[in-house]
Design a protein around this ligand. Structure first.
Ligand SMILES: CC(C)(COP(=O)(O)OP(=O)(O)OC[C@H]1O[C@@H](n2cnc3c(N)ncnc32)[C@H](O)[C@@H]1OP(=O)(O)O)[C@@H](O)C(=O)NCCC(=O)NCCS
Length: 167
């Protein structure tokens, strides 16, 4: 089937399980490489990045306060096409206690973009945060990343600027 012709309702979201670790690592690894091209940290060479992502995923995929949601498309067979990763965080004890939904990652494979998949993934993550009594949702994005238009369409506004300089 032509991917461009794929209607968005043929994409299903589901919670990931430990058997999805390789898929999650692959999607996160692709995302980090794209972020590096937009001014993010350069990704470690060889197998180091994938090994670290795999360990981190194995440690968190079953954590009830950590969410990995996969988007899967039915093409010739079911294919993973995107993901969102989020978790519940709490500020350090110097601040008032409250639960904040931190969105760590959102990624959609290039051939499936601009069909509302990231929007669906993020809306589901926000709903999960609400259901877990989070008062607020936060995320970081690079200044040059057009993903900010997606976040703005969901009501996110810039609250903090990370500044850098060459030494
Ligand atoms: C950012 C990303 C997740 C968006 O995925 P997507 O499924 O294409 O996004 P959606 O189709 O749900 O976009 C919804 C809306 O967000 C905005 N948007 C999304 N991508 C955009 C882009 N590249 N430029 C401008 N606006 C964009 C648009 O308003 C879009 O609606 P429209 O297509 O009707 O105009 C995807 O491009 C991606 O994986 N990029 C690389 C990884 C990345 O940048 N992740 C975010 C890290 S902070």
């Amino acid at each position: 089937m032509d991917r461009k012709a794929l209607p968005v309702h043929d994409v299903e979201l589901r919670r990931a399980h430990p058997g999805d670790t390789d898929t999650i690592v692959d999607l996160l690894h692709r995302m980090l490489k794209e972020m590096a091209a937009l001014g993010g940290h350069p990704v470690a060479e060889g197998s180091r990045a994938a090994a670290w992502l795999g360990q981190r995923c194995a440690a968190t995929v079953e954590d009830p306060e950590h969410l990995f949601l996969l988007a899967e498309a039915q093409v010739l067979e079911v294919e993973p096409v995107g993901l969102v990763e989020a978790s519940i965080t709490r500020p350090p004890p110097v601040f008032r206690t409250r639960r904040v939904l931190h969105i760590h990652a959102v990624y959609v494979l290039p051939g499936y973009r601009r069909r509302g998949i990231a929007l669906r993934l993020l809306e589901a993550a926000l709903e999960w945060g609400r259901a877990h009594s989070c008062a607020e949702a936060e995320l970081n994005t690079l200044c040059r990343n057009p993903a900010r238009y997606l976040y703005e369409s969901l009501g996110f506004t810039a609250a903090e600027v990370e500044m850098r300089r060459i030494l």
